[in-house]
Design a protein around this ligand. Structure first.
Ligand code: NAD
Length: 318
């Protein structure tokens, strides 16, 4: 299905997007276009992929409709991952509105006008907010109370409306908490991984905010990238899927794993809670398994090791 196709990855220099690009280089596509304005993504994330002659990087923003029209011309498939992150949405809601809402509208409109065959949209489990029931299945209500979640719901609804009105084919993926190589320390919920590792490197005890029982579904970025490609290749359209492991891990358990992996005998220090948007979340995985053939493969301990190894590579030989 991907043979000879031209694929556009919007937000492709970011954490997840760069792994999607990496995995696309293993496919028989004819061209992989990356559109990113580098507010958060980096060229370094694409340094391996950029050696592949089929990868072309365009620096620009999804707020620019003329650019989008040009870039989208002749493209068969679009992965849309560009967004401002949760904390940006708290501090700069208008900027987030411009990117996540208006920018996403621009992407949807341009994809329709260019006759794109399918769009895979990065949504978020944030649309669910605090769980009304667990595991949260895709028909869990939008219990979201954050601006970030609001922007993700808007994107989902734009796609659905364009499908209804114009037959635009799309799938929306609602990610749980993603970690892995190229993550930074600004991600909500997962930033604890980088912060704990930073402190361990300095010989300081890891800090846990609250009692550490808050728990999340941590999924490795390579699994998420694979879910994107499976979503594109599947027959599914006009539908939404959780992308998670279905396993809940507490911050205490996560910290213990990091201490074990790094061989540290430091003990965590507990501090008062910081702002927590959501404290317990796990998504149902059955629908993605059944309809996309997606099942997360990377066990948490192995995945965390990949983060530790990647950090060491970044630092170079000591
Ligand atoms: N990381 C997670 O745990 C997580 C969880 C749920 C949902 N998501 C969603 O998945 C997607 C990818 O997340 P990520 O963690 O890779 O984030 P990221 O910030 O690393 O990637 C987003 C990319 O979009 C780019 N970008 C931002 N604004 C842009 C604009 N106006 N025009 C063009 N490019 C722009 C950034 O430079 C960045 O490279 C996002 O839509 C995010 O909301 C992520």
């Amino acid at each position: 299905m991907l043979e000879g196709k031209r694929v556009l990855v919007i937000g492709g220099a970011g954490f997840v997007g760069s792994h999607v690009v990496d995995q696309l280089t293993a496919e028989p596509v004819s061209e992989i276009l990356v559109l990113d304005d580098f507010v958060r993504g980096t060229r370094r994330n694409l340094s391996d992929a950029a050696r592949d002659g089929r990868v072309r990087i365009v620096e620009g923003t999804i707020r620019d409709t003329d650019l989008l029209r040009r870039v989208m011309g002749g493209v068969d498939y679009v992965f849309h991952l560009a967004a401002l992150w949760l904390h940006e949405c708290v501090e700069h809601p208008r900027a987030a509105l411009e990117v996540n809402v208006v920018g996403t509208y621009n992407v949807v409109e341009a994809a329709h006008q260019a006759g794109v065959e399918k769009v895979v949209y990065s949504s978020s489990a944030s649309v669910y907010g605090d769980a009304v029931f667990t595991p949260m299945t895709e028909d869990h209500p939008f219990n979201n109370r954050t601006f970030y979640g609001a922007t993700k719901i808007a994107g989902e609804q734009f796609l659905r409306a364009f499908h209804e009105q114009h037959g635009l084919q799309y799938v929306g993926l609602r990610y749980m908490n993603i970690y892995g190589p190229r993550m930074d320390d600004r991600g909500a919920y997962v930033s604890v991984i980088m912060k704990v590792l930073d402190r361990l490197e300095r010989g300081q005890p890891p800090v846990i905010h609250g009692d550490g029982t808050q728990s999340y579904d941590f999924i490795h970025v390579e699994d998420v990238a694979r879910a994107n490609i499976l979503a594109l290749e599947s027959e599914a359209t006009d539908d939404f899927f959780n992308v998670g492991t279905g396993i809940k891990t507490s911050i205490n358990e996560l910290t213990e794993l990091l201490l074990r992996i790094t061989g540290s005998d430091l003990r965590p220090a507990y501090r008062p809670n910081e702002q927590m948007f959501v404290t317990h979340r796990v998504g149902g995985t059955e629908k993605a398994d059944r309809m996309l053939g997606f099942r997360a493969r990377t066990p948490l301990e192995e995945g965390l090791r990949s983060v530790v190894d990647w950090r060491q590579d970044q630092q170079g030989p000591s």
